[in-house]
Design a protein around this ligand. Structure first.
Ligand SMILES: [Zn+2]
Length: 196
């Protein structure tokens, strides 16, 4: 199963998520907002050094269904250039809110990116306690599942920090292992054709 974190890196919460992942011995995928990544280059290096995957979320956090293809192409080109400056060549792309326009897949193919949405939503942006998120997400924790979380506050977040997400990491990893699985970066699971 893949643990994925969107909307970071965040100078306060991403280090805590990284610590929680380290403590659990788990690796994950971070779908970053590129301007935030540029302001936190050290955190990006930390992610890579600890074996995590860095992937593209966006430059501007705009729904593809509410903008033009041309604007998304520019946004993606700019994002990829920004990540390249930081030494990252992402394989995966998760557009903002997972909202796909009829042309999103073609744009992804044009940039050599594979789209990666999710199959298990923690709804952590709502600020629910970790134990409640775990209960709600548990039925979706099947082999190949992609779990959606956030290590930063995106537009629409109904919480003031990501503490609950940090607290969710250890019990979530334990639940995944109890199911006989191991958390891995989404790109590694996709490469084996096992992403659901
Ligand atoms: Zn987002």
């Amino acid at each position: 199963m893949a643990l994925t974190f969107d909307d970071g890196p965040d100078p306060l919460w991403t280090p805590r998520v990284l610590e929680a992942l380290d403590a659990a011995g788990a690796r994950a995928t971070f779908f970053v907002i590129v301007p935030r990544a540029r302001r936190a280059a050290g955190l990006l290096r930390e992610m890579l050094a600890r074996g995590h995957e860095v992937a593209l979320h966006c430059t501007e956090h705009v729904r593809h269904t509410e903008t033009s293809r041309e604007r998304v192409v520019r946004d993606t080109a700019e994002g990829l250039a920004g990540l390249r400056d930081l030494g990252v060549e992402p394989a995966l792309w998760r557009p903002p809110w997972g909202a796909l326009a009829p042309w999103t897949r073609e744009v992804a193919e044009g940039f050599g990116l594979a789209l990666c949405l999710w199959s298990a939503d923690t709804h952590d942006w709502r600020g629910d306690p970790a134990r409640r998120m775990l209960l709600e997400v548990a039925p979706a924790l099947r082999p190949g599942a992609v779990v959606l979380m956030h290590d930063g506050l995106g537009p629409g977040a109904r919480r003031s920090g990501c503490r609950q997400t940090v607290e969710l990491v250890a019990p979530l990893v334990a639940r995944i292992r109890a199911a006989g699985c191991e958390p891995a970066p989404a790109g590694e699971i996709a490469a084996k054709g096992r992403l659901r």
